[in-house]
Design a protein around this ligand. Structure first.
Ligand SMILES: NC(=O)c1ccc[n+]([C@@H]2O[C@H](COP(=O)([O-])OP(=O)(O)OC[C@H]3O[C@@H](n4cnc5c(N)ncnc54)[C@H](O)[C@@H]3O)[C@@H](O)[C@H]2O)c1
Length: 301
C-alpha cells in the first residue's frame, strides 16, 4: 500500500502544484487536499481546528501530512498575532494529530529564518535572529521538527516563482507579479529597489526538492532536518528585468519601495546549500534565464 497523504493549505501557490505532483507519484486517490477556503477538489479544513484534523487523519488512515497552511511574511507582519496563531498553533495541531496516528510530516521553513546578522551567503548552521514574526514562526517550526517526536522535515524555501497560482502575500511576490504585469501592461512598479538581491527558485525545483527530501531514510538526515537550505538562483530585480526583456524588449520597470524592502534587506542574498547537496543530493535545475523562459512558456502556453 502506498502512502495516504493529507495536504493543508492546498489552494495556495505551492499546494496548487504539489497536490498534482503527489497524485502523479502515488496515484489519484492518494491525496486529500484541504484548505480553509472553498475550492475545486479540496475539502474544508481549518488548521486551527485540532479535533477536525485529528478525526480526518485517523478516519482516512493518513500516513503523511504536507502542512502548507500558513500566513506569509507580508500578510503576517500586518497581523502578527494571527500569523503566530496560524503558523505555530496550526503546526502544533498538525504535529499532535501526526503523533497520535504515526504520520510523517513535511512543514516548510523559509529564508525568513535568517536575520540581519546572517552572512550574505547564508550558511546552513548560523544563529537565527529573524526580525519578522513570520521568520520567528519558521524558527519554531524547525525546532519542533527536532523535538516533536515525529518524523518531521522541512526546507528553507527561497522566494518561489510560478505561474499556476498567484503568490500568497510574501515579500518575494514581486518576482511573480512582474511576469503578469509585463505581459498585461508592458510595465511593472516594483515594491523593492532595483538592486535588491534575494534567493529565489522556480516552482518545479521546489516541488522536486520536496518529493526528494520525503523519500530519504530518516537515519540519513542530520541536524538540518527541520529546514534544509536549498538554493535555486539568486538575482537582483534589475537582472530579472533584463532577463524578461529578452522576451519583451519594451518592458519597463519602476521602483517604489514599501515596508517589504525592510524585510528583504534583513534576509541574505544567497544560500549555501552544501548540507542538502551532501545529505540527499539536492541539485537545482533552473537558473534565472531558464526560470524566465519557463514562466513565459507557461503564461503564454
Ligand atoms: N511561496 C513562497 O515563496 C514560500 C517561500 C518560503 C516558504 N513558504 C512556505 O510554504 C508554505 C506554503 O506557502 P504558499 O506560498 O503556498 O502560501 P499561500 O499563501 O499561497 O497558501 C497558503 C494557503 O493556506 C491557507 N490557509 C490559511 N489559513 C489557513 C487555516 N487556518 N487553515 C487551513 N488553511 C489555511 C490559505 O487559504 C492558502 O490557500 C507556507 O508555510 C509558507 O510559509 C512559501
Amino acid at each position: 500500500m502506498g502512502p495516504r497523504i493529507l495536504v493543508t493549505g492546498a489552494l495556495g501557490q505551492i499546494g496548487t502544484e504539489l497536490v498534482g505532483a503527489l497524485e502523479n507519484k502515488h496515484g489519484q486517490g492518494s491525496v486529500i487536499a484541504t484548505d480553509v477556503r472553498d475550492g475545486t477538489g479540496c475539502q474544508i479544513l481549518d488548521v486551527m481546528d485540532a479535533e477536525s484534523i485529528h478525526s480526518l487523519v485517523s478516519r482516512e488512515g493518513v500516513t503523511e501530512i504536507y502542512h502548507l497552511a500558513a500566513l506569509l511574511s507580508a500578510t503576517g507582519e500586518r497581523n502578527p498575532e494571527l500569523c503566530w496563531k496560524i503558523n505555530v498553533e496550526g503546526l502544533e495541531n498538525v504535529i499532535a494529530a501526526a503523533r497520535a496516528n504515526g504520520c510523517r510530516v513535511f512543514a516548510p521553513s523559509s529564508i525568513a529564518v535568517f536575520g540581519p546578522d546572517c552572512p550574505s551567503i547564508a550558511p546552513q548552521f548560523t544563529p537565527l535572529n529573524p526580525t519578522t514574526v513570520y521568520g520567528k514562526t519558521k524558527v519554531v517550526s524547525e525546532q519542533l521538527a527536532m523535538t516533536a517526536g515525529v518524523d518531521m522535515r522541512g526546507l528553507r524555501y527561497p522566494g518561489l516563482v510560478s505561474y499556476k497560482a498567484p503568490a500568497g502575500g510574501g515579500t518575494t511576490d514581486y518576482a511573480v507579479e512582474i511576469f503578469h504585469a509585463a505581459l498585461a501592461e508592458g510595465h511593472y512598479t516594483c515594491f523593492v529597489r532595483e538592486d535588491t538581491r534575494l534567493p529565489m527558485m522556480y516552482m518545479d525545483d521546489a516541488i522536486r526538492a520536496t518529493l526528494e527530501l520525503m523519500v530519504v531514510p530518516a537515519e540519513e538526515l542530520g541536524g538540518a532536518r527541520g529546514g534544509y537550505n536549498i538554493s535555486g538562483c539568486s538575482f537582483t530585480v534589475g537582472q530579472l528585468v533584463e532577463s524578461i526583456q529578452r522576451h519583451l524588449p519594451n518592458f519597463t520597470c519602476a521602483y517604489e519601495p514599501d515596508v517589504r524592502q525592510k524585510y528583504a534587506d534583513s534576509w541574505p542574498n544567497d544560500i549555501d546549500d552544501d548540507v542538502a547537496r551532501g545529505e540527499w543530493g539536492w541539485n537545482p535545475e533552473f537558473d534565472l534565464d531558464g526560470m524566465v523562459d519557463a514562466m513565459f512558456a507557461g503564461l503564454q502556453g
